[in-house]
Ligand binder design. Sequence first.
Ligand code: ADP
Ligand code: MG
Length: 327
Amino acid sequence: PQLVGQIAAGEVVERPASVVKELVENSLDAGARRVDVQVEAGGVGLIRVRDDGIGIAREHLPLALARHATSKIATAEDLLQVRTLGFRGEALASIAAVSRLELISRTAAEPCGWRLALAGGDEIPEPVPVAHPRGTTVTVADLFHSVPARRKFLRSERTEFSHIQHFLERLALSRFDVGFSLRHNQREAWKLPPAPGEDQWSQRVAVVWGKEFVEQALLIEWNHGPLRLWGWLGLPAVARRQGDRQWWYVNGRPVRDKLLLHALRHGYRDVLGGDRQPAALLYLELDPALVDVNAHPAKLEVRFREPRQVRDFIAQSVYRSLGQVRP
Ligand code: ADP
Ligand code: MG
């Protein structure tokens, strides 16, 4: 049974950043307002994600670690309108199969937290009481210790950490309402307090992308029918330091889509000429019926029902925004 567990785990758990992704998405699904991530040795030594979400009741703790057990889907209809990030009930079980996993959680109704610790495919023990505030802390230690083949596949500590950092930064710039912090080897990488008000968003962007970018970029907003585009449009002056970093979100989801990148390049080229590609951080919002964001979950691609309309709208918006600042 342990071998089967490890094979299945390979699909969910490719590298430390995949563990962070699954744990943090669980925290967001649990309504967390703060998510703190602590990493040792690029995540292979230790990954700890602590949140202040709704927690898991004592009697549900063993279920959380069981394969194909999810609290997020109860009926077949639910499956048609999933609003949570997870719903397959595989992540924790898969991670537990290739690490030493400890789960501590406390709901608002309980006087203390409950702890469950597993070591690679073990049977699930009884929870023991521990002190813990409301919310959940998951600690994943010795990732892939029992899977040398997977371990060999990993890059340097620094590279693995940079994948974790990139994932969290991408996420943090779409969930301004949630506070995040990230530590690596006892050192703080950054701390992003919750930024519920729009006037606070630039501060967060400044922490992640640098003050210079925020100060020089154009804050844009355009609407056209069911389409809305807003965000920070970099100018050539900031291009050098920011490189050609261009992050896109569609309906709040991080995506990397050719159509969007092309449209942006087109808009820039019409004003700036040549092939200049300043950095940009952009959010496209549209009627969910007009876009399929699940087209390629792994590749982060999306499928628009009216691709031409989207492309023209973006190119036009960029063109107009830049036109406004032209001498
Ligand atoms: P899924 O997210 O697909 O439901 P997971 O294996 O990621 O599956 O998690 C299993 C279950 O454990 C979830 O359905 C949820 O009930 C519970 N859970 C996991 N992490 C948390 C958390 N941070 N806060 C509250 N509940 C959690
Ligand atoms: Mg999950």
